[in-house]
Design a protein around this ligand. Sequence first.
Ligand code: PHE
Length: 453
Amino acid sequence: MRRGRATFTSRFGFYMAAAGSAIGLGTFWRFPYIAGANGGGGFVFLYVFAVAIIGLSVLVAELMLGKVTRFNVVGALSYRSWVGKSKGWRFFGILGLAASFVILSYYTIISGWVIHFVVQAAAGKFTRSDMSSGIVIDQLMAKTILQILLVSVHLIVTMSIVGRGVQDGIEKSSRVFMPLLFLIVLFLLGHSMFLPGAREALRFMFYPDFSRLSTMGLIEAVGHALFSLSLGFGAMVAYGSYLRPEVHLPSEAVFVSVIDTILSLCAGMVIFPIVFTANVAPNAGPGLLFKTLPVIFGQFAMGYWVALAFFVCLYFAALSSSISLFEGLVAYFMDEKKLTRSGATILVSGISLVLAVFTVASETSVINVTIAGRTMLEVADQYLINWTLPVVALGVSLYTGFKVPDDIRRQEFIDEANPAAVKLYPTWVAMVRWFIPALIIFAMAIQVSWFIF
Ligand code: PHE
């Protein structure tokens, strides 16, 4: 184990940082729109199942790779004493880092929109009588410079936190933002549950009507489970590398998965009652949050506060996830390219800015331009999440299952004080060696066959 790597100061600090990574735009923006598009209950059920079966096991694997090697994802996947000089496994790490940059190119744009929405909410825009569907987002899309400015503000905030390091930046900020986020979600839940549409919304979300589910829904559930737990990017490998030696992985992974799933369900329980009360379609696609919701706030008694709380909460979620996306990349540039933390942070921000400017400029409107009936955003998002993440997860699973020595895995997995971990160990090994790879290869094969035929 190498010396001198920063660590989280406490379990609570790690929990907040890791939960901050997991709970993000994927939770509040992506989950409701794909659950809505896939018919609700059946999809929600599959998603929870995918988190419990695949997400949890891969999360243990990613944290383990980081914790044992004390490296970023690429370093961990080419750890000398496990693979000798062979470089093949690195490919999965590099793919994960590439995925991080692709995601950053739109994650930062959407985070910028959220900043704009916070400002508009504070100015009372959403409760004015002349609000109409999509007006705020459409006006924003028409302003390229404003969007780039907003992205820059978001990048500066992210940079200033990541640049301060693991303890003073990432951990400290998460300790403040995440509890605040939980409080805001409680307030919003309290509001949504008393709306007239609440019953219908709960039925839509929790009644598993599998007839509305397609095979694509199955693949999307797996992809979203990985995305939502920040798996397949290297972010969780980096966070794992800052864990202290005495920490036990299964309990940390269970905490992160459970809290992330609870928050995703809460996000649905906040958003769908609003959608059903206003009688709008739950399958509005990526625009659900930015086009549909804003029109509705004006109809509520406390609309001003609900809108403001909602978008502030969304920003905390976007920020803490952006931080971990950054950190996965910063850890790589620090470990492998020997940059300083400030150098690496500036480099990652610079590349993100270029990517975002390119995206904004090339598609004046990522939400409105469509290819074969789907928006640009959906297309980019889908390729990345349903293709790239499963491939990285496949690499990580096989590597952990076959390359990491059994005594090390055991030592990291099993906690003598916890008999459940002793019992679960063989199951987890079988999952990462056989079950998860088989399932992912199967899902890829289906997609490839659709692609060809
Ligand atoms: N899990 C985050 C979300 O749900 C996305 C993310 C992926 C964040 C990878 C960091 C790293 O929005």
